[in-house]
Ligand binder design. Sequence first.
Ligand code: AMP
Length: 280
Amino acid sequence: MQTFKTIKGLREALSAERAAGNTIGFVPTMGALHEGHLELMRRALRENDCLVVSIFVNPIQFNNKEDLEKYPRVLEEDSKILEDIGCQYLFAPDVDEMYPEPYKSEYDFGLLSEVMEAAFRPGHFNGVAIVVRKLFEIVEPTTAYFGEKDFQQLAVIQQLVKMFEMSVKIIPCSIVRENDGLAMSSRNVRLTAHERQLAPKIFQTLQKAKKLRNVLSPEELRRWTREELDAVEDFNIDYVEIAEDQQLQPFQHWNDASGAILFVALFLGKVRLIDNVRIF
Ligand code: AMP
């Protein structure tokens, strides 16, 4: 595997791949790699001639200083994992390399900018859009892979690609979970032992909620889910929402159509966790 800290170095290597007619699969990450990331990468390796992984903790997408400071950074371990799975290119730039000057672009994702993560993390998706657009311009991938764990992020990126008529193909990938159901996340290592024991209750509740879809209205199901999660003293809920899977607008009636997803975001101690399940 070749590791690049500079945009120029990576661009040169990738232009040789393109000149050879090779397809480029790309998985952008913030590192502290886990099985969830690796699923995306294995798929990218299967479907492309080469794989580029980026590891960059993007400061401008954090709206919480402590979250940014405490975000796990383990580049050496990550690098070994990437070697083992057969990744060809690691791009691990410093902040100065990505942002030599302050960035000012403002993106408007319409309805997607108004709900859930966008409402609770002001500026978050703008920061995501800036970095992903820049990474796409550097890597020029054939295909890029994103996890449905960050469902709204995926929707924002799909919209970004449409907005700028980018040629990259976006592939959504299912959520990878621990054996006890907890959605894998780099932030999980920050949970205390006690919090780690409580965390699977999130997915358990989402699964129970799914079973109630035929007896409760969307509003009743939102309320039921919120109450169930609220009963866990250490959970501090940001939102519980049932939304359609395109513009992520709140669902009012099951007969509206298919594509309802139940979303949750909550704090467990100091760690913010998100998860979702498809209801219909
Ligand atoms: P991150 O490093 O958290 O920015 O994540 C990088 C990519 O991996 C994003 O597309 C995430 O949605 C995806 N990802 C993170 N956790 C999971 C998971 N548990 N299952 C599937 N994809 C994931």
